[in-house]
Each structure stands twice: as C-alpha cells, then as structure tokens.
Ligand binder design. Structure first.
Ligand code: PLP
Ligand code: SF4
Length: 342
C-alpha cells in the first residue's frame, strides 16, 4: 500500500501551530461551506481572491457565527467583488513604503525605530491588509536579513527594532531565536517589539517554545497585538495573552477601524474591555490605510473622530486607543482628536 496519509510524511518536529497553519482554509468554497453560507457568495470571493489569496485558520473560523454573512470576523477575511473596483486615492503602496526602505526588508520612517519585515508569511489574510500588494516576493526572507542587520548595526539611531511582516510569529522559534541573537549583538538596540496578529487568529502559536524565547531575550519585549473585535477574544486568546505577559512582555493592541466590522463606539468599547480582561491595553486605533481593494472598509475621517469621541466618553482613559492616521513622510503616526457632541 502506498496510500499513507500526507501527514505521515511530514517531519515529526512540526509543532501543533505549524500544522494548524498548514491546514488553514485556502479557498472561498471551503470557507463558505464551513459556515453554512449561500454557495453563491463563493463566486465573487473566487474572483477577488485571485488578487490576494484567501487564508483563514480554523481556530479563527470557530469564533464566527454560522450562517451570518455579516459576521464581523468573516467580513475581515472574505474576499468580495468590491475589492476589484478602482477608487481614486487607493493605491498599491499607500504609505510610500517602497521609498522608506532602508535596506531590503527594513523600513525606517521614524526616529529611533526601524521595522523589519521578518517574513512575508502570515497565518491569515485580512482583506484590508495594507501590505497586500507589497512586493514581498522580491524581499524574500532569510537571505535578506543579513543586509537589514548590517543596516541596523550601521545606524546607531536605531534603539528599537520592530519585528513585523507578514507576521513574524509565523517564523519557527529557532528562526526567531537566530534573528534576535544577531540583534542582541548590536549594542545600541535597547528594545524589541513584535507586531503580531497570530496570538489572536492562531492562539496555539503562543506555546512553551515561544514563551521561552521571549523570556530569554536580553531586553524587555513589547508585543503589539492586532485585534479588531471583541468576538476575536475567546478563552484561548486570553490564555495566550496571559502567557505572553508571564514571559515578561508588555502587551498592547492596535485596531484598524473598519466599516461593517467595528465602526461604532459600543463595539470598540467592548473590545477594549475584553482586551483589558486579557491583560492587554489598547494602543492605536488606525484609520484604514488606503490600499487598493480595501475602499469598502473605509470610515470617513470626521465620522471616525466622532466614534472616537463617543468611545472616550464611555471608558476610562487607559482603555481608549489613540485614533491615528499614517501619512506618508510624517515623522510619527498622526493623531486625530476625538470630536464630542452632535
Ligand atoms: C507604525 C510604524 C512604527 C511604529 O510606530 P509607533 O508610533 O512607535 O508605534 C515604526 N516604523 C514604521 C515603519 C511604522 O510603520
Ligand atoms: S495579520 Fe496583519 S500582516 Fe497579516 S494579513 Fe492581517 S493585516 Fe496583513
């Protein structure tokens, strides 16, 4: 018999989360069927996913409501025909990142901090991802770290290195350790930050190997999560957040304000409260970056400021994320003041 299952051929060292990542949903039909949705939804999704492929871990899918095409988690990952519409101002590189590239896979826009695209891979494909058209393939991972590391070493202004992506936690523990031990050799680097959505979409990623890596770092680490809706935070995610904190990390969250997902103050307030219950403080509330294919998620600036005003009026200050927009060429994220009243 040669009908051994594929799984038997996989290396035995693969961790549970890596298996889960490999098994993620990769076709609209699978997604639509798994949620008991109208199969016709899959047609538009097929067309739109030609531009940016669908990817949804099962653990994330289990937090969606069955049969509800408007579920706020589903909306973040389901490709829609609307993605194919052209809108003025929505471009492939809305943040001018290609211009801010200090070395392959290293972006330096702000004083003191540099962002390393540690890997192009991600466990989920959010439809509004501002790097959905970033030429990751040209910036392939492993061989290019070297140049980024050399640039960090040369630029003594870089005190903080931000591991980003894709999702840096889609790298194995061994690869992460290789990267951080190289960074630990650079004396002017004083902080490490990790921008990741994996503890939200694939909480099994926060396993003992990952927490051992975090705890072994020579600097205090900051982990900035990316959660957009309270329904994303279930018991498993809370445990993952607790484990990150147990490993000594400061854990913050950034949210993208998305039409049809979280564009009202009540939804955002519930998210802040749930984050707090998981030991996580809100950091930024981002206006959508104007990447091509994401126009249907946009919330107008003034409306965003009113939502932020209502949010501020309903929560203690430490649970209110700062509303910001990223402007190409600006020296920091640009804050937008909340608007109060009618
Ligand atoms: C957002 C971003 C940062 C981090 O900015 P903070 O305000 O420190 O969170 C750093 N570098 C780049 C390129 C960024 O886009
Ligand atoms: S998790 Fe982040 S990098 Fe990955 S697809 Fe979503 S927005 Fe993009």
């Amino acid at each position: 018999m040669i009908l051994a299952s594929n799984r038997a051929c996989q290396p035995p060292t693969r961790s549970g989360w890596q298996q889960e990542m490999a098994e993620a949903i990769r076709t609209p039909r699978e997604l639509v069927a798994a949620l008991g949705l109208d199969p016709r939804l899959a047609d538009g999704a097929e067309r739109a996913s030609e531009l940016f492929r669908i990817r949804v871990p099962w653990s994330y899918l289990r937090r969606m409501r069955r049969g509800d095409p408007l579920d706020p988690l589903l909306r973040q990952v389901l490709p829609l025909d609307a993605e194919r519409d052209e809108h003025p101002g929505f471009t492939a590189d809305p943040l001018g990142e290609r211009a801010a590239t200090a070395a392959p896979s290293l972006l330096k826009k702000y004083r003191g901090r540099a962002l390393l695209i540690a890997t192009p891979a991600c466990a989920v494909h959010c439809r509004y991802c501002f790097r959905r058209e970033f030429p990751y393939a040209e910036q392939a991972e492993a061989p290019r770290w070297q140049e980024a590391l050399e640039q960090i070493e040369r630029d003594t202004d870089i005190e903080e290195v931000i591991l980003s992506g894709g999702d840096p936690l889609s790298l194995s523990d061994a690869r992460l350790a290789a990267l951080t031990s190289a960074l630990e050799g650079i004396a002017h680097v004083r902080r490490l930050r990790v921008h990741t959505r994996l503890p939200i979409v694939l909480p099994s990623r926060v396993d003992s190997g990952l927490t051992a890596w975090l705890a072994s770092l020579k600097w205090p680490a900051v982990v900035v999560l990316h959660a957009n809706h309270a329904n994303e935070i279930d018991g498993e995610v809370r445990e993952a957040c607790t484990a990150l904190r147990g490993a000594g990390a400061t854990v913050l969250n950034q949210t993208v304000l998305l039409r049809g997902v979280n564009d009202d103050a009540g939804t955002l307030a519930e998210l802040s409260v749930r984050l707090f219950e998981a030991g996580v403080l809100p950091y930024y509330l981002h206006l959508l970056d104007r990447v091509r294919g994401a126009a249907h998620f946009e919330v107008a600036e003034e409306r965003a400021q009113r939502i932020a005003g209502e949010l501020a009026a309903s929560l203690p200050g430490y649970l209110v994320p700062r509303l910001v927009r990223e402007c190409a060429g600006a020296p920091a994220k640009t804050p937008l003041p909340p608007r109060f009243g009618a």
